[in-house]
Write a protein that binds this ligand. Structure first.
Ligand SMILES: Cc1ncc(COP(=O)(O)O)c(C=O)c1O
Length: 385
């Protein structure tokens, strides 16, 4: 029967992050710096709101797009924080940012069109793009601090280009785009028949300046993806948001409806508290991430590794090219020799080869132990070279 499975689905591989983690997670006494989720618990008042939702029997289907007050709260949140202007008809509450990406791509992509992405990049986009029959086109950002720019993108635009993905702050590199860089994109793309998919899931975790969204300038062409997984440490609640102009939203809502009907009513209630009473909950976590980032960055630099200083998210992406080993082999050897797990850069497209991703969403104690082990490993490696 296997020949009756869709070839595009058969061609997709499980993500390199998951693959690597499955391989090494049984290693005894392993310090893992691989995980892309906050190590803080969900804020107490948000958890209470979920419990109350169950007690009060808020356990039925909601409006397909999410209950009205939640959608209004989501609009208020992005208006206040990022100066975005959306109405409650222009937002859908999704099952994490992941489902928002899925319904967005399925609404705008078709056979043969192209999607431009920065490389290295989060591995969640390519499979969704391919399942739509579209083609991912990677633009090498390594020479530009991992930041996609209007100048880098321009030569790749042609009549097949349907969408450009702007995933900033970036997983895996921690790069962000400035207001000026976004304005240059706006200038390049204005009135062209191209969508911009702006994945802003790390928008509350910015360490220098503030977060800007391209939707401020190109509202009619932009699909904004966001959610509470990272900002409110709610990865398991599965709450995401997609914002888009109403003429697109009415179609995206059909895909969403036939996909999941609606997001969990209980999680939606918790999300309402997160976006209202808890709208600044991320601030304390952001401060702590920043301290951890400074510490981890300094340690890596002192080890002699070349690394860009992140301005957002909770990852560092040092180069390991000087060791002359594929990133997968380097990461596997690091686990076996030193008991530290990092993600091979090759999980983030071919442009991630020669790098590894470290997450600093860990306690100082874990970070210190992991970095001590990494330092000893690198010292030994350099001695042997
Ligand atoms: C850039 C990026 N987009 C989307 C997601 C998916 O987020 P969620 O857990 O809300 O589905 C992640 C998760 O790591 C991510 O890093």
């Amino acid at each position: 029967m296997e020949h009756l499975i869709h070839s595009r689905v058969k061609d997709i591989e499980i993500s390199g992050i998951r693959k690597f983690f499955n391989m090494v997670s049984h290693h005894p006494n392993l310090i893992s710096l691989t995980i892309g989720q906050p190590d803080f618990p969900t804020p107490e008042h948000v958890k209470e709101a979920g419990i109350e939702a169950i007690s009060n029997n808020f356990t039925t289907y909601t409006h397909n797009a999410g209950f009205l007050e939640l959608r209004q709260a989501a609009c208020d949140f992005v208006r206040e924080k990022y100066s975005l202007d959306y109405s409650e008809e222009e937002v859908i509450v999704t099952v994490g940012a992941s489902q928002a990406l899925d319904i967005a791509f399925r609404t705008i992509l078709e056979e043969g069109v192209e999607v431009i992405l920065p490389g290295p990049v989060y591995p969640g986009y390519e499979p969704l793009i391919r399942m739509c029959g579209a083609k991912p086109v990677y633009v090498d950002t390594r020479g530009n601090g991992f930041r996609l720019s209007a100048d880098l993108v321009a030569p790749y635009i042609n009549e097949r280009t349907r969408c450009i993905v702007l995933p900033y702050p970036s997983n895996p590199t921690g790069a962000t785009l400035s207001e000026q860089e976004l304005l240059e994109f706006a200038h390049l793309l204005k009135d062209r028949p191209i969508w911009i998919l702006s994945d802003e899931i790390y928008s509350e975790l910015v360490y220098s300046g503030r977060h800007y969204s391209i939707a401020k300038w190109l509202r009619n062409q932009t699909i904004v993806i966001n959610g509470l997984s990272k900002s409110h440490s709610m990865t398991g609640w599965r709450i995401g948001f997609v914002f888009a102009p109403s003429f697109l939203m009415k179609h995206m809502l059909k895909v969403h409806q036939y996909s999941v009907s609606c997001t969990s009513s209980i999680s939606q209630k918790a999300a309402f508290t997160a976006l209202t009473a808890g709208k600044d909950d991320a601030e304390e976590m952001r401060k702590q991430y920043k301290e951890r980032m400074e510490y981890t960055y300094d340690r890596l630099v002192n080890m002699g590794l070349h690394v860009e200083k992140p301005t957002g998210a909770f990852y560092l992406f040092p180069s390991i090219a000087s060791f002359g080993q594929p990133s997968f082999d380097f990461a596997l050897d690091l686990v076996n020799q030193a008991g530290v797990a990092v993600v091979p850069g090759s999980a983030f497209s071919q442009y991630g080869e020669g790098y590894v991703r470290l997450s600093y969403a860990y306690s100082f104690e874990t970070l210190k132990e992991g970095l001590d082990r990494l330092e000893r490993y690198i010292y030994e490696k350099q001695k042997q070279a």
